[in-house]
Design a binder for this molecule. Sequence first.
Ligand SMILES: Cc1cc2nc3c(=O)[nH]c(=O)nc-3n(C[C@H](O)[C@H](O)[C@H](O)COP(=O)(O)OP(=O)(O)OC[C@H]3O[C@@H](n4cnc5c(N)ncnc54)[C@H](O)[C@@H]3O)c2cc1C
Length: 392
Amino acid sequence: MSIFDAPELRAFRAEVRGFLDEHLTPDLVEETRAGLHLKRGRMARWQAMLNQRGWGAPHWPAAAGGPGWNELQRYIFEEECAFADSPPGDVLGLFLAGPMIIAEGSAEQKERYLPRILSGEEFWCQGFSEPNAGSDLASLKTTAVLDGDEWVINGQKTWLSSGHYADLMFCLARTRTDGKPQEGLSQFVVDMCTPGITLQPIYTMDEGHSVNAVFFDDVRVPRENLIGKLNHGWSYAKDLLARERVNNAQAPRTKRDILELERLADTLRNSYGPAFDDVWARRRLASITMDFVGLESAVLKVLARQMSGGEPGPVASTLKIRGSELQQRVTETALGMLGNAGIVLTPNYGEGFLAPEAKGWAQRHFFRRVVTIYAGSNEIQKTIIAKSILRM
Ligand SMILES: Cc1cc2nc3c(=O)[nH]c(=O)nc-3n(C[C@H](O)[C@H](O)[C@H](O)COP(=O)(O)OP(=O)(O)OC[C@H]3O[C@@H](n4cnc5c(N)ncnc54)[C@H](O)[C@@H]3O)c2cc1C
């Protein structure tokens, strides 16, 4: 018997499923299923519907507008959303900016920003990485200098997910140049419409546009936009990145993808008969499924720790590595099963496949190169494990 079989959790699952059946529209499902980068308008519409039900931010404390669920309920919610192909929420606002403001923001900042994340009225982006400061984030060079009642920001950020439609950025900038590099960083809220901000699109290998470079040229930000304490930005960033890593394990969405992979194998078996390399497909599926069971139990263990007030800690790095590798193995296997049928005929991967069952796999496969890079590359996670868990 699984922990999810408890009667109250079964009832909760049924309630979530009922809501999704009633509210999720075909256009949202179709776009999510096709692996496309979702449009802001669609994400906002879905976020508003969730918020009306009181489910806008499942992992926020009730006092900040969360539904007051425990970790198992949240996991069930995410699982049902994944199975129903509902759009993933605005990760940057809901999972990163929101929790940081809840933990470190002033009362005014909480009142100003949190309700609009919940309602889907405002979207966020994360301004951490720079051209020469990705893995080595503490070496970042963008500066914020106080001038009267304003911070003046200069520099360049890169790889800004959602930057082209975000309203606000949480930005890590250097506020002190002496001492250890980590001790001179602070976090700011930056309105993306502020004069002096220039955005350039970056196109990724799935031919989509979800990331951007951004340039700051004397960007003036009100003094009160500093989040938390001056020069404490690094420790807030570390907490934020640990949360991002647990989220990046993406266990519920991977579970859904494995089920889709099984369905793909059935379809191909029926269509191609002995021409389909069933033994190879079965072996890959078995190995992926076993590794997923391991990942899911590790994720549940971390959730149990969080339920009793603990933080994910460095084990989040192991989840990030395993989860991201699995996400890539799933799409690799799908393309391996499809063979020539997976070949894409149009530049935007949205349509024109040789076989209808191939739709979405190539796009997801190409974009998923990123999952072992962002939220701290997997090599960096291995260093964290070596130092913090293995004490090497
Ligand atoms: C699609 C996409 C979206 C992103 N979204 C955002 C975003 O919204 N906001 C944001 O701030 N950033 C974002 N990033 C940036 C991401 O966090 C960085 O790309 C990542 O941290 C790696 O940094 P880098 O690209 O500078 O590579 P580098 O740090 O130059 O690393 C290059 C390679 O060297 C390896 N390496 C580097 N240092 C070490 C080391 N010490 N030991 C072993 N190996 C090492 C890395 O693992 C990697 O394989 C995004 C990136 C991508 C690709």
